[in-house]
Write a protein that binds this ligand. Sequence first.
Ligand code: ZN
Length: 236
Amino acid sequence: MRKRRKIARFHSSTLLHTYLPQIAGRKQAILGIDINRLGKHMVAFNIPLSLPPDLLHLAKNYTHLSDKVLPELHRGLLSKRKAGDAHGCCKLLGELNRLYTRRSRLLRELTRLLPHFLAAVMMKKQCKKLKVEQLTVDPTGTKGALAKAIYTMPDSLFIYKKAVRLASQELGYDVQLESVLPYHTSTLHYGCGGTLVRGRNQYDVAPCKKCGQKVNTHSNAAQNIASLPGTLLPPL
Ligand SMILES: [Zn+2]
């Protein structure tokens, strides 16, 4: 029994250590995180940081299935139905089923890896506190599949709690996890107080009404989250 636990710990720390070399080593006591649509901004930090290739690859495959492959198959199914092609319909339904399963596996793998990457970031930055947004509304509309996956888990903060536990084990002290109420985190320009006005195609970057600066809305939100007072959460 004891041996088994040792192996499990070894594995979780192995994965964490594969991410370490990809992260710059500057210290950051408080880390803030904002979750967004799948892609390079899906996990935004209050400091400049790129996501690792394996996470980006999973997100890219997910998005490709969602935006291209699945809609095409649905259109094909519709035309086969119109043509009364029962056999063709059956074949396409099978294919759709298979791809939906594949897509949910991609997301599951992403949420499995994420705590290890987050833990690696906390370790490298010698982080003392991780702050996340407390999402009370259905996040499907703007925040996307990853937010939905995270916040609809039985313990919606499981990923963060796991990340904090892994990081604490490695760092030798308890990293604290705090949740912050989402108070204008995406529209308030951090450090300026102006309002960010998103245009039609301005999802990632928006100009500030007050200072005119073009702001990355995701890292700006993470900066707001890191600076707002939070509620301390119990450890996993
Ligand atoms: Zn501004």
